[in-house]
Design a protein around this ligand. Structure first.
Ligand code: BGC
Length: 586
């Protein structure tokens, strides 16, 4: 059966229940409406089963999408040697070797171990494009970008983005030409299963098979992420995506299909990317997705709970199917520095760890259950984990993978932590930890480091804190397990405004970020922290979620105005590569 003919049983519930905003979420009794003089007690009870195929879903729920110039898989062409020449000196001294470092000597006490996996990362929805091609079903992000007014910067869509779906051979050739050792990509769940469950799309399996084989052909290690935020729309519309425990079985079944198809060649797996980000996106914008009856403040925690169940089961299944694999999830968040040395600020720092990284890391690495601060908040509405669930969660990661982009200061809210905890309408409730990127006035009032693009207000080049950050992860959660910096990267300020190619390619703050970050990892390694790899975000400019094409994270520039979408290495890519040329044991 061709993928576009596969059917999905879609239950459309009367509009009255879907079109409410946050205010209506607490309602416990169904609304009563009056039509033509007769009262209808519970209009939400009217339901109809629609049968939709993939094409219908796109047409009805997303609308028309754009297609790229290239719509078949392109073969790679040789990378010209002229594009492999590193840039001249930047405004600081670089590592010794290559064209950009006349003055510095190598630090002989540093090295990256031979097997250190230095690589790059991307994610399906941000780089693939071809959103509707070859049987892919829509994800929530296709709807957000097409249907939610002003949701995206400049109304951008990821319909085409880098067209990596068809250009991956060339992309991998370009990575291989620089000697990149590892490529971390995510699999689009709704390509493999257009409705998130049910029929499997063989064309998608064939596609990722070829991508993986192409990596291996270049000796590039493939690392696969099962879920990078692109929830299949059918699952969101049917039961609320991660808000419902129904997602656990669907995710595990999807994991089973991916492991069975690719597990003979992919040894490194990440189940979910950054739950603290995608869970905090709940409630997704009203009017477009069913909000159900979970109060909006609680939604991130329902999501988090279901993530722990889904992740742990997918981990256990993966280990049973691929005993030699390395499986983890991807945590994220900046290093948390107390703003002052007060006791309250120390407590605020702890609360921030507890509600962010700790919400998943404490159960997975320490106890099988939530930490006390989280429990104090969620125990009134979420069920406790059963002993069986706790046992499955505890130890369900072989490494600690952290997307460690930046650092921040944390401090107690105005009025103190206790007052915040007593006031559920405090905007900082329930975490009750404030944050900032600025030192106190007594410490000069400086930023923690140079700012990234204004559209990424959460990101500063705070690389000085990275060794302490890695020690913290080791001491708190990883212990004897290896650590991977599974994403890190920088958005050069105002890069979108540059028009002159050579100017775009010379990205000094991003280059300094990679240089200093590598130095920080070398320091941590020399101090005994077992970092096994790092994956730079990103190998190309791509679709940066709600910031669309307004923000550039690529170490390669992509000219999105040219329909052939040409790629060019930026200076930062050479800086990154140079660190390994100099410091990786041969
Ligand atoms: C996410 C990426 C995102 C990057 C930069 C990471 O947290 O995993 O998808 O593009 O940050 O914002």
């Amino acid at each position: 059966m061709a993928p576009s003919k596969r059917v999905f049983l879609f239950t459309a519930v009367a509009a009255a229940s879907t079109l409410h905003g946050r205010q209506a979420l607490n309602q416990s009794t169904p609304p009563t409406v009056t039509l033509n003089g007769s009262t209808i007690e519970n209009p939400t009870a009217y339901a109809t089963p629609f049968v939709l195929n993939v094409e219908d879903m796109w047409d009805l729920l997303v609308g028309p999408v754009s297609t790229a110039l290239v719509t078949t898989t392109a073969s790679a062409t040789p990378v010209p040697s002229s594009s492999l020449i590193p840039p001249p000196p930047l405004y600081y001294s670089s590592f010794p070797s290559g064209q950009q470092n006349p003055m510095v000597v190598k630090n002989e006490s540093w090295s990256f171990p031979r097997g250190f996996m230095w690589g790059v990362a991307g994610a399906a929805w941000q780089v693939e494009g071809a959103v509707k091609d070859e049987g892919r079903g829509p994800s929530v992000w296709d709807v957000l970008s097409h249907r939610v007014t002003n949701f995206e910067y400049d109304n951008g869509t990821a319909d085409i983005t880098d067209n990596h779906y068809y250009l991956y051979k060339q992309d991998l050739a370009r990575l291989a030409a620089l000697g990149v050792k590892a490529y971390s990509f995510s699999i689009s769940w709704s390509r493999i299963m257009p409705f998130g469950r049910g029929p499997v799309n063989q064309i998608a399996i064939d596609h990722y098979n070829d991508l993986i084989n192409t990596c291996l052909g270049y000796n590039i290690i493939p690392l696969a992420t099962l879920y990078h935020w692109d929830t299949p729309l059918a699952l969101q519309d049917t039961y609320g995506g991660w808000l419902s425990e129904n997602i656990v079985n669907d995710f595990v079944e999807y994991a089973r299909i991916a492991y069975a198809a690719f597990g003979d060649r992919v040894d490194y797996w990440f189940t979910v990317n950054e739950p603290s980000v995608f869970c905090n996106q709940y409630p997704l914008p009203a009017q477009y997705f069913k909000n159900f009856t979970i109060p909006w403040q609680q939604q991130p925690y329902y999501c988090g709970h279901n993530v722990l169940l889904a992740h742990s089961q997918a981990y256990r299944l993966g280990k049973s199917m691929m005993p030699n694999s390395t499986i983890a999830w991807k945590s994220n968040g900046g290093y948390k520095v107390p703003l002052t040395n007060s006791t309250e600020d120390a407590e605020a720092v702890q609360r921030a760890w507890d509600f962010n990284e700790g919400l998943w890391s404490d159960p997975i690495y320490l106890t099988g259950d939530y930490n006390d601060n989280v429990k104090a908040y969620i125990s009134s509405f979420l069920p406790a984990f059963t002993d069986g669930q706790k046992a499955a969660i505890l130890g369900s990661a072989d490494i600690y993978a952290h997307d460690a982009y930046t650092s921040q200061f944390n401090f107690a809210p105005d009025g103190g932590i206790a007052a915040c905890l007593a006031n559920t309408s405090n905007p900082l409730y329930p975490v009750c930890s404030n944050s900032s990127f600025i030192y106190t006035q007594q410490d000069g009032g400086w930023l923690i480091g140079p700012a990234a693009d204004p559209l990424t207000p959460w990101l500063y080049k705070a690389t000085d804190w990275v060794p302490a950050f890695l020690h913290y992860i080791k001491d708190t959660w990883a212990k004897d397990k290896p650590i991977a910096v599974s994403e890190f990267g920088f958005a050069e300020p105002f890069e979108r405004q540059k028009t002159y190619l050579q100017d775009i390619l010379f990205d000094p703050i991003r280059s300094a970020y990679y240089h200093d970050y590598m130095e920080a990892i070398l320091i941590a390694l020399s101090e005994g922290v077992n970092v096994i790899g790092c994956l730079a975000w990103s190998f190309v400019d791509n679709f940066e979620w709600a910031s669309a094409y307004g923000v550039r994270f690529g170490m390669q520039y992509v000219n999105f105005s040219d329909p052939t979408l040409p790629r060019y290495y930026k200076a930062s890519f050479f800086e990154y590569k140079n660190a390994f040329d100099v410091y990786q044991e041969k």
